[in-house]
Design a protein around this ligand. Structure first.
Ligand SMILES: NC(=O)c1ccc[n+]([C@@H]2O[C@H](COP(=O)([O-])OP(=O)(O)OC[C@H]3O[C@@H](n4cnc5c(N)ncnc54)[C@H](OP(=O)(O)O)[C@@H]3O)[C@@H](O)[C@H]2O)c1
Length: 289
């Protein structure tokens, strides 16, 4: 794994931090793509001292901002220029109604739009002759994530979170299909109900969650297990376009895997890339390799 370069978004805490630790322990070069640089640097030092792998670094990324994504990609190009593994982990489940700087509902703008834009702009850096892996964090509540494009700004909190994760699932399936035979696998993982701060809302009912529900949550080590496995295991190349519920491969009911909806979401998302390097060209290049 010593020659592999991995990016983990939102790696300063929670599942992302544990995943970064796991990949560093496997000997990879790990880029922790985080918006909170103070806690990211502390987490980075901790990971280096735990794993004795000095090739772990922090880079600035606010995934809810198009400009920040563009700057991150530019920086990454200059510092590393090649990529093997992308873990799209950064995410929120927020009640905050304020839109992102790019005018999206915050759950959708962070969890889906940011993931889409970052992934598409990083595709050219996946190495030609080496296999690549993209792992997207989703949630099993995607099943309540039905959405309409004209209502994108109307969804709130938990519903918006579910919509965003359903979108990431559809994106995973579509990208896996489009990258078939390119050597890049794309899979989605629901990590389980993990004891992290995303489970809390900073409202009075946090006490109830803490007292009654949290004993049933799993810890980050267990939550990150399948992500680390997919990123490091030799046989992972054989699977793409698969949804894992923790470590189990799960079938996606046909009603959630509409080719029409996938195509519509692809078209909608592609329009967001209009001023970016042309995605279709990137995909064609990948397919040729
Ligand atoms: N915990 C669960 O039970 C569960 C279940 C299903 C899926 N998931 C998914 O697992 C992923 C990780 O969640 P977690 O449980 O580890 O939650 P967490 O502890 O709250 O961690 C979320 C991470 O995402 C980062 N992040 C949020 N917005 C960002 C932005 N705009 N730019 C860059 N980084 C950003 C956070 O950074 P800051 O410190 O800067 O906020 C933090 O590092 C999420 O995608 C979540 O939806 C979690």
């Amino acid at each position: 794994m010593n020659d592999k370069i991995a990016i983990v978004t939102g790696a300063n805490r929670g599942i992302g931090k544990e995943t970064a630790r796991g990949l560093a322990a496997a000997g990879m070069t790990v880029v922790m793509a985080c918006r909170n640089l103070v806690s990211a640097r502390t987490a980075c030092e901790e990971i280096i001292s735990l794993t004795r792998n000095p090739d772990v670094a922090v880079m600035k990324l606010d995934i809810s901002s198009r400009d920040s994504i563009r700057n991150f990609v530019e920086d990454f190009k200059n510092r590393y220029g090649r990529l093997n593994i992308l873990i799209n982990n950064a995410g929120v489940c927020t009640m905050d109604h304020r839109r992102t700087v790019d005018n999206f509902e915050p759950n959708i703008g962070t969890n889906y739009v940011g993931t889409f834009l970052l992934t598409m702009q990083l595709l050219p850096f996946f190495e030609k002759d080496a296999e690549g892996r993209i792992i997207n964090l989703i949630s099993n509540i995607y099943k309540i994530g039905w959405f309409h494009f004209d209502k994108m700004h109307d969804y709130r909190w938990f519903r918006a979170y579910a919509v965003s994760k359903y979108m990431v699932l559809l994106f995973t399936l579509e990208l896996a299909e489009r990258l078939r035979d390119s050597g890049i696998s794309v899979n989605a993982v629901h990590p389980g109900i993990v004891r992290t701060s995303i489970m809390y809302t900073h409202r009075w009912f946090d006490h109830i969650i803490k007292l009654i529900l949290s004993p049933f949550f799993i810890d980050v080590a267990e939550g990150a297990k399948q992500i680390i496995h997919l990123a490091t295991a030799g046989e992972a190349t054989n699977v793409s376009g698969v949804y894992f519920h923790k470590t189990r491969r799960k079938r996606i009911p046909t009603c959630y895997n509409s080719l029409k909806l996938r195509a519509a979401l692809w078209e909608y998302s592609s329009s967001l890339l209009k001023d970016q390097p042309l995605m279709e060209r990137l995909l064609k290049d990948k397919a040729k390799q």
